[in-house]
Design a protein around this ligand. Sequence first.
Ligand code: ZN
Length: 429
Amino acid sequence: MRALLPALLPALLVPALLALPAPAQAVQLRFPTGSSHHGFFYPTAYRDHGGVTDWACGSNSYSGHRGSDFGVGSWSGMDAGREVRAAGDAVVKTTHDGEFDRCTTADCPGGGGFGNYVELLHPDGRSTIYAHLKQWSVAVTEGQALRCGDLLGQVGSSGYSTGPHLHFEPRDSGDSSFEPFAGSCGASSSAWMEQGDYGGLPGLSCDSAPTCPAAGRLQCGDVLRLRNDGAGSTGSHGAWGCATFRYSGPELSLELATDRDEPITLRLSGLSADLDLFVSGDLACAPADCLAASTEGSTADEALSFSASAGRVYAVSIDGYDGAVSDFTLSVDCAGAWPGDDPGDSADPGMDSANPDGGEGDSTDGPGSDEGEGPGAGGPFGANGPDQAPGERVALSELGCQVAPSGRGLLWLGLGVPALLLRRRSARG
Ligand SMILES: [Zn+2]
């Protein structure tokens, strides 16, 4: 963490205003093909709800079937090439190709019965499997970020298959298959954007709903103390294009814009659990828009840099790995070092000696070690270094923000997130 937080750690004990994360925002699915091929598909076997009962209480299934099968016009259709496309924005989790693809026995080896297949991880933590694909048709690679509707491969008859069809199997964040169709014997709500009729096909509309809406606005020079399950957090985002790990949140997303083309470095410190840091070029946080990530393990600090373009709005997201929750300090450093972050800065000897390992200062820190650098030494924003030009930091009151009685600022970010602003620079060279 270096010397980002001189004298201010006791202030971190300011009670956070906590709120439960919003319920998971599920990604609605489109039918997994393209518009020119949609008409070739038809359902051949739905998911089995027990006793060979499908979602509409019909018998269009077979015992133990965990997905939905869609035919394409037998071998001639397969040979003509029937596209399989992503049912939503996603990161490619698994691919398998090279297996024999004209299986008729329902017992051809490879791919664990799926034959040639692709599994996608969606931002809500759910996944979708596209199985029995044509040999060497898989067009994506593991870790690749995709948009809804991107080409994955072609329909085949590989694995446990008796003829060309697509086996489409959505799974929840616990990796259990689920029924996407709503019906009297199926799901209570549809997982499709447009479900369509029984015996027909779901539609091709993609879900464009934002999955990590920004809860506040960052500025260059901000050093903020926040929490990933605090106000404005969500539990909706499970996949990031820069990482194939599965995140179950909660996460906090903040927007960031600068008026220059410049490199920006973000740092996350003071963690008590495994949080990770992402920058997306789009507030929708679609996986394909991930620009940079830092995914260190455990409570290690996170840091990343990216090249920002003037006027563009970026999303900065802090996500808990495997449900991790922690307070954290987020710093936004635009175009070079923050004056107080100079490695040669001697302004913070107390901080350094109290935390020789770099100071994972969190709420367990007692107030004692930093008392010597209280407001008297550094003003309300902490210890100013000797290289600190007068007036380079602006009082929170001048920014129109609420100021805590202690003189330490409790900033309300633009969109309503209560945050402890540790400091912000007002000018930069
Ligand atoms: Zn199937």
